[in-house]
Write a protein that binds this ligand. Structure first.
Ligand SMILES: [Zn+2]
Length: 180
């Protein structure tokens, strides 16, 4: 199932076909009680794990939440929380704030670790999403990398959210998260 709430046709999860070490064709093999990709030439399983990403809940003085309009697939044209994939060697908090700056132009400070969840994704299999709140920010939102627009929205007048996971996080935040 695609990670989204829209009518975009589901995309098949892309499967790896070749070993990224030696280039040989991979086979399926039961290893450590799971059906895994296996490289016979390297004599090793090719482990696949969730891909870590961050997202941020940024609210303004009017209690509106910051969203960015995606200009890349998946879910191009729909709105989501700012965030993205963590780079190698990057701390999650720093990654989240980097994405905020790149996508919206805002500089921010991390508030709380709000939630962690994993979610199916058509390109990556499973994405592990680390969601933080932002306690303070500076600047006015201006759409940057991967974003066609960046704006604050009232919880009562949200546009269609690109990902179920983000919609759930926004709902949690406005319904009960702020009391925590
Ligand atoms: Zn190999």
């Amino acid at each position: 199932m695609i990670d989204g709430v829209t009518q975009t046709p589901p995309l098949a999860v892309r499967k790896k076909t070749h070993c990224h070490f030696c280039g040989d064709t991979l086979e399926q093999r039961v290893f450590e009680n799971r059906n895994r990709l296996f490289c016979v030439r390297c004599d090793t399983p090719i482990y696949e794990n969730p891909v870590p990403a961050t997202c941020l809940i940024v609210t303004d003085a009017d209690d509106q939440v910051l969203l960015v309009k995606r200009n890349v697939d998946p879910q191009k044209g729909f709105w989501c929380l700012p965030g993205g994939f963590i780079e190698l060697g990057e701390k999650p908090e720093a990654s989240a704030l980097r994405e905020l700056k790149e996508e919206t132009g805002l500089s921010g400070e991390i508030g709380l670790l709000f939630d962690v969840l994993s979610h199916p994704n058509p390109f990556y299999g499973t994405v592990l999403i680390i969601c933080y709140t932002v306690s303070r920010f500076a600047g006015e939102p201006i759409a940057g990398d991967d974003a066609a627009d960046a704006r604050f929205f009232s919880f009562k007048a949200l546009p269609e959210i690109a990902f179920k996971s983000h919609a759930r996080l926004i709902g949690e935040f406005f319904n009960n998260g702020k009391a925590a």
